[in-house]
Design a protein around this ligand. Structure first.
Ligand code: 16G
Length: 251
């Protein structure tokens, strides 16, 4: 069935189905789910949809705008509306201290990193305070764009005391695996998650539009001695992550 045939109003558009733009939005969603409107294919122009469905252009525009807001459709300047590639969402448990590599491996996804910074630096006041550094100490920093299954997922900036990570260049795939080898793998962490709108540079690296919703996560991780091992500031794609916490009634 082609798109024009699929949008013909007989059979789905009716008086009792609620507002007409909602009925059209649902029909378009069905088309996307059923593959008649395939990822990256273009939607017929507004005028054409209006003709086929016998709806007004205002109604058609309203339905499309809702799909744009939901993230199912993308409007490209000058070339019309396109069906967006569905984004795989990843659930991360908030009760287990896992690494990015482990999280993704658990889902059968290979991870890769694009290195944005890796080396030894003079610490910022935030790093001095969070890591308990003394005057004159240096800090190991790694800043990576983390990808899973070839897709950008998060920007991660980790800072560690130099005796915990003496040579940041040695981190090639998993930071936690390397720390494990030297007996410095964190055993506990505190995480703070907040909502943000991505800045142009961050959005660009994560492959989404500027201003898209994201999650800023700050993780402070501790060794079993109670000492802080890592301060990580991450930016995760909001459309790719669900953080899941299990809650129990306290007794
Ligand atoms: C996770 C941690 C991050 C840690 C990284 C190690 C969050 C928000 N952050 O992404 O703090 O540095 O794992 O991953 O979960 P790796 O061992 O794969 O390098």
């Amino acid at each position: 069935m082609d798109v024009a045939e699929f949008l013909r109003p007989e059979g789905w558009l009716g008086r009792s189905g609620g507002p007409r733009y909602v009925q059209l939005r649902r029909r378009l969603e069905e088309g996307i789910e059923g593959g008649i409107l395939a990822p990256n294919s273009s939607l017929p122009p507004e005028r054409e949809i209006a003709e086929i469905t016998e709806l007004s252009r205002v109604t058609v525009r309203k339905a499309i705008q809702e799909l744009v807001r939901e993230g199912a459709i993308e409007q490209r300047q000058g070339s019309g509306s396109f069906v967006r590639e569905p984004v795989m969402r990843v659930e991360q448990s908030l009760s287990h201290l896992t690494s990015f590599t482990e999280d993704m491996r658990g889902r059968g996804l290979e991870t890769t990193s694009k290195w944005l910074e890796r080396g030894i630096f003079i610490p910022s006041s935030e790093e001095i305070a969070a890591l308990g550094l003394s005057a004159g100490d240096q800090v190991s920093r790694i800043y990576r764009l983390r990808e899973a299954g070839g897709r950008p997922m998060a920007l991660e900036r980790a800072s560690l005391p130099m005796d915990i990570l003496p040579n940041p260049i040695e981190v090639t795939t998993s930071l936690y695996e390397l720390l494990d080898q030297s007996g410095n793998r964190p055993v506990r962490a505190v995480q703070k998650i907040s909502a943000i709108n991505l800045e142009p540079a961050e959005a660009d690296l994560l492959g989404v539009a500027e201003g898209t919703a994201g999650l800023r996560i700050q993780r402070t991780s501790y060794l079993n001695t109670g000492r802080v091992a890592e301060l990580t500031r991450s930016i995760y794609r909001g459309d790719a992550y669900d953080f899941v916490a299990e809650l129990r009634l306290s007794n």
